[in-house]
Design a protein around this ligand. Structure first.
Ligand code: FAD
Length: 413
């Protein structure tokens, strides 16, 4: 009988799930191979639609897929828990009380929020990395609105209704655009006009422009659209401190608010290694052209926790990067098992899309930028197609269709 080869994947996000799907294509029904997944949640989360859950546009259950329903047929074992320690000498991963052994390992733990040691930020800010975060944001906005609705003091009411988002990347821009539709449009169906008039939304961006990863036309369109929506955009502004009811920006600009959502940066998910591993200055795992850890050809890293340089720049933290890397990693594991040479990874950007609220979006493919209804329609079609199961695609399509005719659901969850 031939020996079984164990392939273990840590992380059940874009990188992990797509690695498993790609390995399945190579090894379906192959009795030599055992595929194991380790994940902190029992579901895959479709992060690009999190901002719509946070603002009541999509039901939270509709952007998650249970691992078992995604990968039923080829998954040998699933460990629900955190991979705590990687031992690349003994080829083991410690998950709670279990020691999971492997022949090939794929690390795809993603990233977590980076507050860059900003005073008070971790304590007082809301974040947007998980379903729980998104639900917390929605519940918080509704609670603020309820309290404001019976607050007589206008200054106090303005503070309660000032919603601040820190971070002018695509997540921050998409979030403020949708937030505006929740707190101004949807809430206007249920709350008094004078209360809605006191709503303000501020987007704080440290850099000179929004969405620096997009071209000039897309950047200008984003800024113009947010301004038209009445969102205050503060560029060149660094948050120095966050408190329970304020933000200090730059040296001494004090913004009164009880809602600060921090989407200003990420850092790789924490993982401990028994042996030393090579890391980039920002803590990501350095990988070679085959996506292997340096000097460890059985260990691969992909997605937000991997540092892969192309044309002298590290690849951005994007779902499409993780997804494309997963195809190369699966191919390389297949090649190594079959005594073939691994293939080099080359990233080809398929284009970027960003929603700017109902009927508005920007898209960019190579040097071509498109905006407005066309971009919005393409954005929705692409993201709908990317949801994994048909069932969830239908549910999100239904949520979106209902939102065209009715106000969003403002029940707290
Ligand atoms: C709000 C938001 C919107 C986004 N929008 C877009 C977009 O529109 N387009 C785009 O391309 N990208 C988008 N991204 C970025 C995209 O989500 C990431 O780049 C992508 O998910 C990276 O894939 P990954 O596999 O590295 O990490 P993830 O998808 O984050 O998956 C990592 C998984 O590993 C798990 N994990 C972490 N540590 C451990 C451990 N020790 N043990 C076990 N499991 C562990 C985590 O719980 C998580 O499930 C967005 C991100 C966010 C937060």
């Amino acid at each position: 009988m031939t020996e079984t080869l164990k392939i273990v994947i840590v992380g059940n996000g874009f990188g992990g799930i797509y690695t498993l799907k790609n390995l399945h294509k190579f090894f379906h029904n192959d009795q030599r191979i055992e595929l194991t997944l380790v994940g902190e949640k029992n579901y895959f989360l479709f992060t690009p639609l999190l901002h719509e859950v946070a603002t009541g546009g999509i039901n939270p259950a509709n952007i998650i897929e249970p691992i078992r329903s995604v990968l039923g047929c080829c998954l040998h074992k699933f460990y629900l828990g955190k991979a705590e320690i990687i031992n690349s000498k003994n080829h083991t991963v410690k998950v709670g009380n279990d020691l999971v052994s492997y022949d090939y390992l794929v690390l795809a733990g993603g990233a977590e929020t980076n507050f860059y040691d900003t005073a008070g930020a971790e304590k007082y800010c809301l974040t947007l990395k998980s379903i729980d975060d998104a639900v917390k944001i929605k519940n918080h906005c509704i609670a603020q609105m309820e309290r404001a609705s019976h607050t007589e003091d206008r200054n106090e009411r303005k503070k309660i209704l000032n919603f601040v988002v820190v971070g002018g990347g695509p997540t921050g821009v998409e979030l403020v655009a949708e937030l505006e539709e929740l707190v101004r449009e949807t809430f206007s169906h249920y709350y008094a006009k004078e209360v809605i008039e006191d709503v303000s939304i501020t987007l704080i961006q440290r850099g000179t422009e929004l969405v620096s990863q997009f071209g000039p036309k897309a950047r200008a369109k984003s800024l113009e659209t947010l301004k038209k929506k009445g969102i205050e955009v503060m560029l060149n502004t660094a948050v120095k401190e966050v408190g329970a009811s304020y933000v200090i920006a730059n040296e001494n600009t004090k913004i009164l608010t009880e809602t600060v959502i921090w989407v200003a940066g990420i850092k790789p998910a924490e993982m401990k290694f028994e042996e030393s591993v090579s890391m980039s200055p920002d803590g990501r795992l350095n990988v070679n052209e085959f996506l292997q850890l340096e000097n460890q050809k059985e260990n691969f890293a992909i997605g937000d926790m991997a540092f892969f340089k192309q044309e002298n720049a590290p690849l951005p933290a994007l779902a499409q990067v993780a997804e494309k890397e997963s195809a190369t990693v699966a191919k390389n594991i297949y090649n190594l098992i079959n005594n073939k040479n691994p293939e080099k990874f080359v990233y080809k950007n398929s284009g970027n899309l960003m929603s700017l609220g109902q009927w508005k979006a920007v898209g960019q493919i190579a040097n071509f930028t498109f905006t407005g209804h066309v971009a919005w329609f393409i954005w929705r079609t692409v993201y709908l197609s990317k949801l994994i199961s048909f069932r969830k695609k239908v549910r999100v399509a239904v949520d979106w269709t209902l939102n065209l005719f009715f106000p969003r659901d403002i029940s707290q969850l």
